[in-house]
Design a protein around this ligand. Structure first.
Ligand SMILES: *[C@@H]1O[C@H](CO)[C@@H](O)[C@H](O)[C@H]1NC(C)=O
Ligand SMILES: *[C@@H]1O[C@H](CO)[C@@H](O)[C@H](O)[C@H]1NC(C)=O
Ligand SMILES: *[C@@H]1O[C@H](CO)[C@@H](O)[C@H](O)[C@H]1NC(C)=O
Ligand SMILES: *[C@@H]1O[C@H](CO)[C@@H](O)[C@H](O)[C@H]1NC(C)=O
Length: 835
């Protein structure tokens, strides 16, 4: 990335006289060997001397560096122990082209960077200094102050006021309204060039101020206004174990800032032009690497104004853009071809001035509209806000401007409502003005909605009941594993062609030969999406071929494109998709073959589970977590797995876990919303309650499944079909009860007891219980799970898990439902549910 290279030492004769003098001054002034954190008026910091300033506590260095493949020199700041990541650059637009750069503090208190006596960068103080000194503080802030002045308010200059691409703890992002100083972070042009690009994170001073990611003067993503708890566009900005954050708004300043809970943890916020992302990173000491903890934009719906005026972006719907209730597409032809820029208009005109009264409908779970045309009163009650909005014909919507504690504060919107989106959990309420006639319809459709929900629950109950019965039936029969290929057959030749980025299509005939015409002996499994066969290509490579069954509604071109995208997802904890094959209506996916089969064959098998001691299981748990972080955050596709379970975790010859079947839901046509049906894919026992019941999926439903998986790995017990002689609970309920009684160790697989580190296992159980909490907003994200597993930081107390209280399902009806049963008697539910 940005590697500061030590410059080559120059022969003495190339030093100019001035540099030699300066060098001497530097040495004497700095009292030789001590690390130095500041320079005064008679001192310099020169590139040629290869010295750096080091902050007093040893956190940060300031010195000269060369980024990436550049040959230029810059003055910058970096964490002492992470020199590859420069967090601040002084002369980003005006580098020196050799190592003759020299930094001084002049009598007026200005920092001056010169090259051969030519000034390349300097500060502009507005106040005169008495006896200035420049000091690198342990916060990473480089400040100029009077030598006897330690009060931060009295600094003459500070680098925190002129951020580069990185926000450090304690830095303010936003405006000083008195000096009109706008502090924003701006991405580098490239890893080789710290020149500010157009991509930035900045605060626009609307009446109700809000942050944006900008590309030049174009809005790229609206982070939204602060609502007392979080920015409206990032509800998952939550109190967390890593950092605290705050938004301050006074008549003098408006800014966002964060601080670290535990200063031994390093976390930064940075923008990147190449990826068009703003990321929060956390340094993971054990890996010597940055973990991406949060990313913006999160998904397609974060694109600014994607759905046009009065549109609403719903990420789990297809297409994602919908008109707000009471609105219809302005240009239906364009709208139907997914050109949403025209947005939506009202079904019924407002009656404001015609005596007949308007009213409001309340929508929930939203990011509030853009606040450019708003009016705000931070102390008005919500009722008065409503009346005030109703009495002004141009007020289109209102809501509470502060949702922390007692809802106080009123914000009103004028004109079109721009850039609204819906969140699968969390989100805010918004009251939208409607004509009286539209409100009547609203009441009716609410009734309809209730009926739908009741009948949906009914449909689910049928499936669950059937599933349960089937499970018992299967359990009574002796379970029989279809396959278990030789464990010692580990060598794999990888064909060259498959390493190309462009996915090769395999001939159907090749696959027929490789799998011996899909012979029964070569069948190694049967998942929810169809049977899987082992095969061997002519050059010796072993493959696993998945024949997709069922009705994928995708066309062939779409299928190929989707497979190509998914094949680009590569991570050491994901099974590699090598190729695909299409023959008539048959679609097949070709994967690398995993000789050790899947995790369920180990953890649920009394003999084989002895192979998996605690270190191996912990390695597997962490690997699965990393694979999920990659799917959720790092990959451009933001894949939600939706069917995570032990049989979808394969093990390679070294027992490294590899997640399989990711992206299949996408191949099957994303969210499968067509007309009025919606397909829920998943496996009961692993599905989060909000997904099983309402089809609401999000990264947090994967987190839930991960939690179950984790508890299964530790207990060696299946989530479903778990019985304890004294209790009628499932695995989660059992784990939860033991946890509450302080006897969580009872759940540990007896095969683990010898090899395990008790405090580590308990920590894992704790993390597992955090993952399976009932409400998605309470569950941690996967990056945070990875951090929790790998550190000693304090963990929150888990709340009641989902599906803990087993529900009584009574109603039945005739909704279409369909079950697919995999070879190892797990249920994969495919539910066609009425909307
Ligand atoms: C700076 O001075 C050195 C030595 O006098 C010389 O070699 C170098 O070319 C000069 N650099 C510039 C940019 O003028
Ligand atoms: C931006 O992200 C890309 C991809 O992760 C990375 O290679 C690059 O170094 C980053 N750029 C900067 C300036 O950090
Ligand atoms: C409605 O509110 C807008 C914005 O505050 C204001 O300009 C306008 O005068 C108000 N209209 C009435 C009739 O109060
Ligand atoms: C901070 O983190 C370190 C390392 O993870 C840990 O040893 C220490 O106890 C933590 N301190 C607090 C106050 O949580």
């Amino acid at each position: 990335m940005m590697q500061p290279k030590n410059h080559k030492v120059q022969p003495m004769d190339t030093f100019c006289f001035m540099n030699i003098v300066a060098y001497a001054l530097l040495i004497s002034g700095f009292k030789a060997s001590m690390a130095v954190s500041s320079i005064g008026q008679s001192q310099i910091l020169s590139d040629a001397s290869r010295t750096t300033l080091t902050s007093k506590g040893g956190n940060f260095d300031l010195g000269f560096f060369t980024p990436g493949n550049s040959d230029k020199r810059y003055l910058g700041i970096w964490y002492k122990k992470i020199p590859e990541r420069v967090v601040w650059v002084a002369n980003s637009v005006n580098p020196t082209n050799d190592s003759s750069g020299v930094l001084t503090v002049n009598a007026a208190g200005n920092l001056v960077l010169t090259q051969n006596n030519t000034v390349v960068w300097h500060t502009n103080l507005t106040r005169q200094a008495q006896n200035p000194v420049a000091e690198l503080l342990d916060s990473g802030n480089f400040v100029v102050r009077d030598v006897n002045e330690a009060n931060p308010e009295a600094y003459l200059w500070q680098s925190f006021d002129f951020p580069s691409d990185t926000s450090l703890p304690g830095m303010k992002l936003g405006w000083d309204l008195k000096t009109r100083l706008n502090r924003k972070i701006t991405a580098w042009n490239s890893p080789d060039d710290p020149t500010p690009s157009g991509f930035s994170w900045e605060l626009l001073l609307h009446n109700y101020p809000e942050f944006f990611l900008m590309k030049g003067s174009k809005k790229f993503m609206r982070i939204g206004p602060w609502n007392g708890l979080y920015f409206s566009g990032i509800p998952d900005l939550k109190p967390n174990p890593i950092y605290n954050f705050n938004f301050i708004s006074t008549s003098d300043e408006v800014y966002f800032t964060f601080s670290l809970n535990n200063t031994s943890v390093i976390s930064i916020l940075a923008v990147n032009q190449t990826t068009s992302q703003a990321n929060r990173y956390v340094w993971v000491e054990a890996d010597q690497n940055w973990l991406i903890y949060q990313t913006l934009p999160k998904d397609y719906c974060d694109n600014y104004n994607l759905c046009g005026p009065n549109g609403n972006c719903i990420i789990s719907d297809s297409p994602v853009c919908q008109c707000l209730k009471g609105f219809k597409p302005k240009i239906p032809q364009a709208w139907n071809t997914m050109d949403w820029s025209g947005g939506c208009v009202r079904n019924e005109a407002l009656n404001c001035n015609n005596g007949s009264k308007d009213g409001f409908i309340g929508l929930t779970g939203l990011k509030v509209p853009e606040t450019e045309h708003t009016w705000i009163d931070q102390s008005m009650s919500l009722e008065r806000c409503r009346d005030k909005c109703l009495s002004n014909c141009s007020c289109m919507a209102y809501t509470s401007s502060n949702i922390a504690g007692a809802e106080l504060g009123c914000v009103m919107w004028f004109g079109d409502l721009i850039d609204i989106r819906h969140f699968p959990y969390d989100g805010q309420e918004l009251y939208i003005r409607m004509a009286a006639s539209e409100l009547g319809k609203e009441r009716q459709s609410k009734k309809k909605l209730t009926i739908t929900i009741v009948s949906t629950l009914g449909a689910i109950s049928v499936v669950l009941l059937l599933g349960f019965c089937y499970y018992i039936y299967q359990d009574q029969r002796k379970r029989k594993m279809t396959d278990n290929p030789n464990d010692n057959e580990g060598d794999q030749n990888r064909g060259e062609s498959v390493d190309d980025l462009d996915l090769p299509l395999l001939d159907f005939s090749t696959i027929v030969v490789a799998t011996d015409n899909f012979s029964l002996e070569n069948k190694i499994g049967e998942g929810g999406f169809g049977p899987v066969y082992w095969g061997k290509l002519a050059h010796g490579q072993e493959i696993a071929v998945k024949r997709l069954s069922g009705s994928s509604r995708q066309g062939m071109t779409e299928f190929k494109n989707e497979v190509k995208l998914i094949a680009k997802l590569q991570h050491r904890n994901l099974v590699k998709l090598l190729s695909c094959c299409i023959q008539g209506d048959n679609k097949m996916l070709v994967y690398e073959y995993m000789p050790n089969s899947s995790l369920d064959c180990f953890i649920f098998d009394d003999t084989k589970s002895k192979y998996l001691d605690w270190p191996k299981r912990f390695h597997i748990i962490c690997g699965i977590a990393r694979g999920l972080v990659y799917l959720h955050q790092d990959s451009r596709l933001r894949i939600i797995h939706r069917d995570l379970k032990p049989s979808n975790v394969l093990l390679d010859d070294k027992l490294n876990p590899k997640i399989s079947d990711f992206g299949i839901a996408r191949i099957f046509g994303g969210d499968q919303v067509e007309g009025n049906t919606k397909r829920v894919v998943g496996t009961y026992g692993y599905m989060a309650p909000e997904y099983a019941a309402d089809g609401l999926f999000s990264v947090k439903s994967d987190v839930f499944s991960f939690g179950i998986l984790l508890l299964e790995i530790i207990s060696g017990k299946k989530s479903r079909g778990f019985y304890h002689k004294d209790r009628s609970n499932n695995l989660i309920g059992h784990a939860w009860n033991l946890w509450k009684e302080g006897s969580a160790t009872e759940i540990i697989d007896t095969n683990l007891v010898e090899s395990c580190n008790l405090s580590k296992v308990l920590r894992c159980i704790h993390v597992g219980l955090l993952c399976v909490q009932q409400y998605p907003e309470d569950r941690p994200t996967m990056p945070s799970v990875v951090l929790m597993l790998g550190s000693e930081t304090e963990l929150a107390q888990p709340k009641v898990p989902g599906f803990y209280a087993e529900k009584d399902f009574i109603e039945t009806n005739s909704h279409t439902s369909q079950m697919e049963v995999s070879s190892n008697s797990e249920l994969t539910i495919t539910l066609l549910e009425a909307r």
